[in-house]
Design a binder for this molecule. Structure first.
Ligand code: HEM
Length: 285
């Protein structure tokens, strides 16, 4: 497994500055990768890094591991996102997606009877969740999260425009309700203490919205909005490329995780489905 640390970070270990001034060394992100970094570099402590000879070794070694290995012919490069996707697809019901393995429960989306009031509750609670995700990556308590700023997948501003439009049409905008608020609080807690689990939610929320979320949005719009396409379902630029960029970043971040940490991330998928499904159901309330 490649261990990828940008050279700028390896250098900060070779100075007297702490590696991440804004973070406690007890932070789970640092606890997770500092010991493996030291193990890999054959280091027991920062004192040994102050030797100029060792400093050179660290930089050369980091440079070599940053070179992506070329796939051999016929060999497909599989990243951690493929593993996250495989787990997520199995959690769909058979009527939701071809790869779904769960028995259908309730009506298929095509037979949903959404109401404008319910759809507004869904949009308001979705905004609470996207606002939360976007402020977590903006603050980046964990250095990995900074990779996911300005991906182009952000939804908060688009949702704000949609809610403004509904207001202009004379609709009352409801207050956030339990499903959105509960999920948001859970994400805040996870982002501080369990980064692998947080990344699982980050992936599922953004990618689900571009897949099933869009299908649902289209069907609902046909039924209750005269087919109007909301801003929530529009992205600036080529969506496929935006998704690919985020996949690459997720793969890069997960490259430094142990197998146990990866499994822990995958195990969180079910919770992500549960919280998101509770918000989806608001459409029918
Ligand atoms: C009624 C609910 C849902 C429907 C109809 C639905 C439908 C779909 C469909 C059709 C796909 C595309 C499959 C493909 O690539 O061939 C998909 C992908 C996906 N869904 Fe869902 N889904 C639903 C709910 C959810 C939920 C609640 C989550 C998790 C929070 C989720 C997570 C994902 C993920 C991660 C992918 C993969 C996206 C990608 O690879 O780009 N879905 N879904």
């Amino acid at each position: 497994m490649a261990f990828q640390i940008p050279i700028s970070q390896t250098q900060s270990f070779s100075t007297d500055r702490p590696p991440f001034p804004s973070l406690s060394l007890k932070h789970p992100c640092l606890q997770s990768w500092i010991p493996r970094y030291r193990e890999r570099m054959g280091l027991e402590g920062r004192r040994r890094l102050s030797s100029p000879r060792l400093r050179t070794t660290v930089v050369v070694s980091a440079t070599a591991t940053e070179m992506p290995r070329k796939p051999r012919s016929g060999e497909e490069e599989k990243g951690f996102v493929d593993e996250m996707r495989a787990v997520a697809m199995k959690l769909h019901t058979r009527d939701q997606a071809k790869e779904g393995e769960k028995e259908p429960e309730g009506e298929p989306v095509a037979r949903w009877e959404p109401t404008v009031e319910g759809y507004l509750r869904f949009l308001v609670d979705s905004k609470v969740v996207f606002d939360t995700l976007e402020s977590i990556v903006a603050e980046s308590a964990c250095p990995w999260y900074a990779e996911f700023r300005n991906t182009g997948l952000e939804r908060s501003e688009n949702l704000a425009r949609d809610l403004e439009w509904f207001k202009e049409q004379g609709n009352a905008i409801p207050k956030p309700s339990t499903p959105g608020v509960t999920y948001s609080q859970y994400l805040i807690k996870l982002s501080a203490k369990d980064p692998q689990a947080f990344i699982c939610h980050f992936y599922n929320i953004y990618f689900a919205h571009t897949a099933g979320g869009r299908i649902i949005g289209k069907k609902v719009a046909e039924k209750i909005l005269d087919g109007k396409q909301l801003e929530f379902y529009k992205w600036a630029g080529d969506l496929r490329q935006l998704l690919q960029n985020v996949r690459e970043k997720l793969n890069k971040v997960a490259n430094s995780w142990s197998r146990e940490e990866k499994n822990h991330c995958l195990e969180e998928t079910e919770k992500s489905f549960k919280y998101s499904s509770d918000i989806l159901r608001l459409m029918l309330s």
